[in-house]
Design a binder for this molecule. Sequence first.
Ligand code: ZN
Ligand code: FE
Ligand code: FE
Ligand code: ZN
Length: 285
Amino acid sequence: MIPDYHIHTGFCGHAEGDPREVVERAIALGMPEVGFSEHLPLPPGFPPAQRYADLAMARDDLDRYVSLVHDLAREYRGDIRVLCGAEADYIEAALDHTAGLLAQYPFDYVIGSVHFLGDGLAYDHGDERQRLVAYGVDRVYLESLGLAARAAASGLFQVIGHLDLAKKFGHRPTDAEAVAAAAAAALRAAAAAGVAIELNTAGWRKPVGEAYPAPDLLAAAAALGVRLTFGSDAHRPDEVGAGFDRAARLARECGYERAASPLGGEWPLPAPAGAAGAADPGEDA
Ligand code: ZN
Ligand code: FE
Ligand code: FE
Ligand code: ZN
């Protein structure tokens, strides 16, 4: 199975499970490699972090996270390659904070995600849905995609996370054309910077019921030669690899033949299913 590079643990405060269970689940699924991507600590005094205490790792836990993942990597070295990554927020008012942490810790890779807009709206947070609507759905799409484009160009990240996260709760833009243009610009920025995007299967578990990014964006990314990692965005060990059979079929349909590693390597996608009518054991069927 294609490796899962987007996995959270109890360290961030809103996920659960022992990192060891994650590794054992990945081995049981037959993954040759697995990557932890815990939420990097937010900048001190960041307004959304004052509204919600459990958005990301505490700064004091970062050492423990990194050493625990490295210990697991050593312990399971004969069975699987364990990578120590992070999911970092792209916050333009705090790029020094993010760059400083990334310079200080030897992460194998970093997923750059946009969870916060310029005014601090945590637009994918379940408790901010009313604020999101008040802010304006189109504005949330356009700003988040614009930030994703700049995140790709920032040089801080190897992967851009869940590109069209703005759709999480099922809100659709009114000006679909402007949003499509912003998404296309973000993909061009990723292509120009040589940054991967991810096929994030968590969207299938959210109200929108669609993986990130949408199939038309995946097809555009494939046409631009943007590399594609796979991520479950697991917040529990049993979500590791969730939806990956379906994701592999979707990636193929959209023009991909290979999945990417954030380290630069590639994984061939499984061959398309055989004759029509063949049994399909996909877990999302
Ligand atoms: Zn999370
Ligand atoms: Fe995220
Ligand atoms: Fe995540
Ligand atoms: Zn995420």
